[in-house]
Design a protein around this ligand. Structure first.
Ligand SMILES: [Fe+2]
Length: 363
């Protein structure tokens, strides 16, 4: 047996996490905040962070314009703003998109480089320290180095991440998710769940990541009936914890085929990320049954469901509302083959196989 584990993010979890940990924000004299068009304000997180910075006598500048599926060129421009502000560190507030954008901004703020160089994970001037304050429970981005960018040059999403892009501090307060609409709660919860599930499946899984992901799957299995009923008020803390556990796990295992094959649904049709993952899940389970039956049984055992029960659950709860253009499947398949997630799965990785899978998903 051989494995490693290195997790550099300081975690503070609980209601009041920002107010109670203001001193942890003393990472410099000038903070540049990156948040969404609504999420920062609507959740109350932006006001709490600004109050904490003010109390610590840290100057701040706020960019409130990150939309869904952040664009690498936009992040480059915002990075230039942070550089002009002479930011010492970057604070990301929001769901996956603003948190992922904050990582890119932290790179571009320290390095005036072309967009494509972001994906090399090699930056001459390092990366500014990153603080993450999630306002959804799904992405786990606060606990990973990964950032998923929309890159229009290659017409898909592309990710980057290395030890340099882990947040140095994550402040997780479930209060910020209390007012999330049910649809976003469900979609983000499915993203968190898929991280935990895929972490078990990944060929990079280790006993330490298994400890995290098995435990998270057990907890998620218990709340699935209540999530389906839409009775989510009492699940907020639990969902944020599961999201965190999944994040720490995938920070080491990466995601797998489910994420890779779902990306085009989001890029080309705007399907929310968690929903797209869940929609392709029944096909993914079939692949695992054929090529990774032991790990599939392990993941299902932790969740407390059979393959058929899990497939039926997502089919009931995660429909999509578009009909794809089938002539796009060869391109989608090529993009899936280029993703690391497919290689992490231990199943076939050739584009022609993925083309068949897309045909099966949308038959
Ligand atoms: Fe995800």
């Amino acid at each position: 047996m051989e494995f490693g584990f290195h997790f550099p993010t300081k975690i503070r979890f609980g209601r009041g996490a920002v107010q109670n940990n203001g001193a942890a924000l003393r990472l410099g004299e000038r903070a540049f905040i990156v948040t969404g068009k609504h999420s920062g304000r609507a959740s109350g997180a932006l006001a709490d962070v600004i109050a904490a910075l003010t109390h610590q006598k840290i100057e701040c500048s706020v960019f409130e314009g990150i939309g869904n599926n952040p664009d690498v060129e936009q992040c480059r421009a915002v990075g230039a703003q942070a550089r002009a502000f002479h930011a010492d560190f970057i604070i990301g507030i929001g769901g996956g998109s603003p948190l992922d954008a904050a990582k890119a901004v932290a790179v571009f703020a320290a390095n005036d480089i072309p967009a494509e160089q972001l994906f090399t994970n090699s930056y001459e001037s390092g990366v500014l320290p990153i603080v993450a304050v999630p306002t959804t429970s799904g992405t786990g981005s606060e606990a990973t180095p990964w950032s998923v960018m929309t890159w229009h040059t290659v017409k898909t999403k592309r990710s980057f991440g290395s030890l340099q892009t882990y947040p140095c501090l994550a402040l997780l307060d479930p209060t910020y998710t209390d007012s999330l609409p049910l649809a976003i709660t469900r979609s983000t919860a499915m993203d968190a769940f898929t991280h935990c599930f895929e972490s078990v499946i990944s060929v990079k899984a280790s006993p330490l990541t298994d400890a995290l992901s098995f435990h998270a799957l057990e907890r998620f299995g218990k709340l699935m009936p209540q999530l389906e009923l839409g009775d989510v008020a009492s699940l907020r803390d639990e969902l944020m914890l599961i999201s965190l556990l999944g994040g720490v796990a995938i920070s080491h295992t990466g995601t797998t085929l489910m994420h890779s094959i779902a990306y085009p649904l989001t890029y080309f049709h705007g399907t929310p990320h968690g929903l797209a993952n869940a929609f392709v899940l029944p096909m993914y389970l079939k692949e695992l049954a054929a090529y990774r039956p032991e790990r599939l049984a392990t993941a299902l055992g932790a969740l407390g469901m059979s393959q058929a029960e899990l497939a039926a659950y997502v089919q009931r709860n995660c429909p999509i509302d578009f009909t794809p253009d089938r002539t796009m499947f060869p391109l989608w398949a090529e993009q899936t083959a280029a993703q690391g997630g497919a290689r992490n799965t231990g199943t076939p990785v050739d584009a022609s196989h993925f083309e068949e899978l897309y045909a099966e998903i949308f038959q």
